[in-house]
Design a protein around this ligand. Structure first.
Ligand SMILES: NC(=O)c1ccc[n+]([C@@H]2O[C@H](COP(=O)([O-])OP(=O)(O)OC[C@H]3O[C@@H](n4cnc5c(N)ncnc54)[C@H](OP(=O)(O)O)[C@@H]3O)[C@@H](O)[C@H]2O)c1
Length: 254
């Protein structure tokens, strides 16, 4: 077993993702935006999935202006999307691109920072839907496209509180524990039956809107920008991680 504790030091070749098709959810902002730009800069055709079309369009334009492979833009609210929407995306990917080599489940919401005894039930359901159920449904729907690739990588986004919970993290922590369970189950089921590897990645504290919401008093520059944590994302999504499966990994060293 290779040492996976330093994947944040990984150096990707500039053509690592040439010819690869990769879905990134929540691609319009924060870590998802940085991942979409980074994957495109390494040669991938990125399928930008997200809720706010204006934000996705800006990422699309930035990728196009840089001369990277033309991305695909998919407006999809993961809280509202149906099985039919997910299946349509799978069919579109197969029709237009042939297969899918990577799926980064990145979109997420924080919900409330409150004791569970005061947590709003509707918010709880919403957080579980966006952060967990949609990851299950989208992965299932995209299996045909993933299976058409010679090798494919699915990355689930975890969190520190998805591995050891803390007070007041509510549905968010529960959803991220669920993500680890989903990842482990899928990884075990697919290990001997497919060329799809499945892992979870905790980005660690990163300067985004969500971090600001969770820690409003924190100085802005206390944490790295999303673009500074991309080495681990590139490692896991690209072919250098073939054989790595079922691992709970960190994008920043402790
Ligand atoms: N930042 C950190 O310190 C940190 C630490 C640990 C884990 N994480 C995890 O990293 C991932 C990215 O977080 P971030 O910090 O980059 O957060 P962010 O800046 O708030 O970005 C979240 C992204 O998810 C999208 N999204 C939210 N609800 C959605 C929905 N219903 N349908 C589709 N897309 C939706 C947002 O789109 P809109 O902008 O259009 O709403 C946005 O693009 C999350 O899974 C988060 O839990 C972050």
């Amino acid at each position: 077993m290779q040492d996976l504790s330093n994947i944040n030091d990984y150096q990707a070749s500039s053509t690592l993702l040439a010819g690869k098709n990769i879905v990134v959810t929540g691609a319009g902002d924060g870590i998802g935006k940085a991942a979409a730009l980074s994957f495109a800069a390494h040669g991938a055709t990125v399928i930008l999935v997200g809720k706010t079309i204006e934000k996705l369009a800006l990422v699309y334009d930035e990728i196009e202006a840089a001369g990277h492979p033309q991305p695909v833009l998919v407006e999809l609210d993961l809280a509202e999307a149906s099985h039919r929407d997910f299946a349509a995306l799978n069919n579109e990917i197969i029709d237009q691109l042939g297969s899918l080599h990577g799926l980064l489940h990145n979109a997420g919401i924080l919900g409330e920072m409150k004791p569970l005894s005061q947590y709003d039930a509707e918010t709880f359901d919403q957080v579980i839907k966006v952060n967990l159920s949609s990851n299950f449904n989208l992965t299932n729907a995209l299996m045909p496209a993933l299976n058409l690739a010679d090798h494919a990588s699915v990355i689930f986004t975890s969190s520190g509180v998805g591995r050891k919970s803390r007070a007041y993290w509510g549905a968010y922590a529960v959803s991220k524990f669920g993500i680890e369970g989903l990842m482990q189950t899928w990884a075990d089921e697919l290990a001997d039956t497919s060329n799809i590897r499945v892992n979870s990645l905790n980005p660690g504290a990163t300067q985004t809107q969500m971090r600001k919401q969770a820690y409003p008093g924190e100085a802005l520059n206390s944490n790295p920008e999303p673009s500074a944590i991309m080495n681990a994302y590139l490692y896991l999504i690209g072919s250098d991680s073939i054989g790595v499966n079922g691992q709970a990994l960190n994008a920043q060293s402790k």
